[in-house]
Write a protein that binds this ligand. Structure first.
Ligand code: ADP
Length: 667
């Protein structure tokens, strides 16, 4: 799938954030607008409530004033019809006064404006009543309507304004007098405005000049936030009723709302930032993961080692390209398969099955094992397989992982090396043979000379006509023996030299050492070395290549002999010891020692002893010990040297008895 270019992805990322940011801003705006709106609504509500309450108070004042006027009019009727004496009228006035605290006084004047009766002892000031002329000429006579006078202060009213209303008394359409009722404006407010209203509001009465005539602030002075002015229309007089709420603006709700908005906004912004950081982290992790996956895929694709994963039932769950290439099957052909697998060679089915059950039981060796696989074209090839448990992140095993190496090349290289090794061995043998050949010539001289002299003697006997058959037979027998001896020597040399394949067979080392003794004798003959063989009788057989071992022994004996060349003759003793070493603390080996009493080996020489072409001899090739060690190690043993306590050197090699016997011919 094609990925969008980086710049486009970047702009996509930016746009992706735009919508949530816009939504959050919208949300925040709504959150801020809501408390503001709520506050406004509450303020409106309070204002409306104030207006309604003010109206209610104004109505209540009107109602009470009208009621008082009504009572006084009825009284006025009785007065006009002269049914009431001034004293009785005063009594009735006082009754009214008693039940209405706001009324300061009531006065009755006749048509000539003389005071007839009054509830007060002091005279009513002129400011609170109209002049009779005006009284008469104005509308009262015509309409008989009540009219109120602008409030003024009376001396006995403790500086409170009085509101006086004059109710005309009409008799036969003529003005007969008037009743003046004086209210204390303060009293009106205190009596007629309900307490609950006065508790929350400052109530004032103002004249047209905005002068405060009465004021009630039971619950505290108004805060000038919620105010309302209501005209208090009285007959002939306009006053204003002002209410001023002592309530402050609605704060608690708005504070709570603002607080919650702030908290919510902070929380929202915090979670947005956290989300943004988290997403960025995830994107970074995703990028790193993608890189990692790409790197691993590239690595996996470039691997030459085949990789294969299996689940707990042995079903293939994964193979890498190298494995597919190796077996010649595409991944989809093998993934999901359970044994038998298409790359199993039919002839090795049993081995696979056994390994497979070993794997399921978890007893496969960690060092790996070799087997063969079959390619899709039927070609077999050797593989080296390492199995290991596949463990998930919780530490539970979920299957097995195998790495598979195609070792055909390696095997081929090993074969080549072995061939070269063999060639080298052959050359070394030839070199050894060169030396032996000169000694052989010397040795063969004897039997040949003997044969020659025996046959010459026999011929002489025949020619002399002395045919003593017994004598002749003896001579021929001796000649025959000598010829056989010579043949034996030649055969062993031939055997030794000829190029051959390595083949292992059970070998008895005592017999082998005995068989090369003629050659050893050849080596020692010129140097008068005394050869001693100490061979244990119960030596077990080892699985070995006879000729290689012969070569090792001859090399070691030759070196030993050469080391003793310059020793006094009595020291020239070569001992060949073979014994069986076994037991609980030692492994089961046949040990062979070639012991000389020669010049020994210094530390400097010891360091290079087994290096190829290292020699201290003028005519030495320096390959002898190297070949010996390779040959012994090839048999699973080892070759070492140590100082002979009586002077000289001991070369010791071991050959394992049991393991190789159980596993023949698998170099
Ligand atoms: P070469 O015999 O051709 O020199 P070798 O590999 O057989 O090659 O021996 C290497 C060297 O090891 C010899 O040159 C010699 O110095 C030393 N060496 C081998 N065997 C003995 C021995 N038994 N005593 C002392 N020196 C030895």
């Amino acid at each position: 799938m094609l990925k969008p270019p980086i710049t486009q992805r970047w702009s996509n990322q930016k746009w992706r954030w735009l919508i949530p940011i816009l939504l959050v801003m919208l949300f925040l705006t709504t959150l801020i607008w809501l408390p503001w709106q709520a506050q406004r609504m509450e303020a409106n509500e309070r204002q409306e409530q104030l207006i309604a309450d003010t109206l209610w108070v104004e109505q209540a004042i009107h109602f009470q004033l009208d009621r008082n006027e009504e009572i006084l009019r009825l009284l006025g009727k009785d007065i006009v019809q002269e049914q009431l004496s001034p004293a009785a009228a005063t009594d009735r006035f006082r009754q009214l006064l008693k039940s209405n605290y706001e009324i300061h006084r009531i006065d009755w004047f006749d048509a000539n404006d003389r005071l007839i009766s009054s509830t007060s002892d002091s005279p009513l000031l002129m400011a609170n009543k109209l002049p009779p002329l005006e009284f008469e000429s104005n509308f009262l006579a015509v309409n008989g309507r009540t009219r109120c006078l602008p409030p003024s202060i009376e001396p006995d009213t403790k500086n409170t304004y009085l509101l006086s209303c004059q109710i005309p008394l009409i008799k036969e359409n003529k003005l007969n007098g008037s009743i003046i009722i004086s209210y204390r404006l303060q009293g009106i407010l205190e009596e007629m405005a309900p307490w609950w209203f006065a508790q929350d509001n400052q109530i004032s009465v103002l004249n047209l000049d905005e002068k405060i005539l009465a004021d009630r602030a039971a619950g505290g002075v108004g805060k000038n936030i919620y105010t309302h002015n209501r005209a208090l229309e009285l007959p002939g007089l306009s006053l204003t009723l002002r209410t001023n709420s002592n309530k402050s603006e609605p704060k608690l709700l708005s504070n709570l709302l603002v607080l919650s908005v702030v908290l919510l906004s902070l929380g929202l912004i915090w979670s947005l930032i956290a989300l943004w950081r988290d997403i960025n982290r995830r994107l970074a992790a995703e990028g790193a993961l993608r890189k990692q996956v790409a790197f691993r895929t590239a690595m996996e694709n470039s691997l030459v080692t085949g990789l294969r994963a299996r689940d707990m039932e042995g079903r293939l769950t994964y193979v890498n390209p190298a494995f597919c290439k190796m077996v010649g099957h595409p991944a989809e052909d093998v993934i999901g398969r359970v044994p038998p697998m298409p790359y199993w060679a039919p002839e090795a089915f049993e081995e696979y099955q056994e390994r497979f059950s070993q794997m399921l039981s978890g007893s496969l060796p960690p060092e790996g094992f070799e087997t063969i696989y079959q390619r899709a074209n039927g070609e077999r090839f050797p593989v080296l397989i390492y199995e290991s448990a596949l463990v998930n992140e919780h530490g539970h095993q979920t299957g097995w992982m195998s790495s598979i190496l195609d070792i055909s090349e390696l095997k081929h290289a090993q074969e080549l090396t072995q061939q070269q090794q063999e060639k080298l061995h052959a050359s070394a043998r030839l070199a050894t043979m060169g030396e032996i050949a000169s000694m052989l010539a010397h040795e063969l001289n004897q039997p040949l000379a003997a044969i020659s002299s025996y046959t010459t003697g026999a011929i002489n006997l025949i020619q002399a006509g002395n045919i003593d058959s017994q004598l002749l037979q003896d001579a021929l027998q001796k000649a025959n023996n000598q010829a056989q001896r010579a043949g034996h020597i030649i055969r062993s040399v031939h055997e030794f030299v000829k190029k051959r394949e390595v083949s292992r067979e059970p070998v008895n080392l005592s017999a082998l050492i005995s068989s090369i003794m003629p050659l050893v004798d050849l080596q020692v003959q010129a140097t008068h070395v005394n050869v001693q063989c100490l061979l244990a009788e119960d030596l077990p057989e080892v699985l070995a290549d006879k000729v290689l071992l012969e070569q090792v022994l001859l090399n070691l004996t030759r070196n030993a002999v050469e080391a003793m060349l310059h020793c006094p003759p009595e020291q020239r003793v070569l001992r060949i010891v073979a014994r069986h070493e076994h037991g609980d603390d030692v492994s089961n080996n046949v040990v062979v020692e070639v012991i000389d009493r020669g010049h020994g080996i210094t530390d400097d020489i010891a360091k290079q002893l087994f290096s190829p072409f290292f020699s201290t001899k003028t005519s030495g090739m320096g390959m002898g010990l190297n070949i010996c060690r390779t040959a012994i190690e090839f048999h699973g043993g080892n070759l070492a040297h140590l100082d002979n306590p009586t002077g000289g050197t001991i070369f010791r090699f071991t050959l394992p008895v049991e393991p190789l016997q159980n596993n023949p011919d698998t170099p």
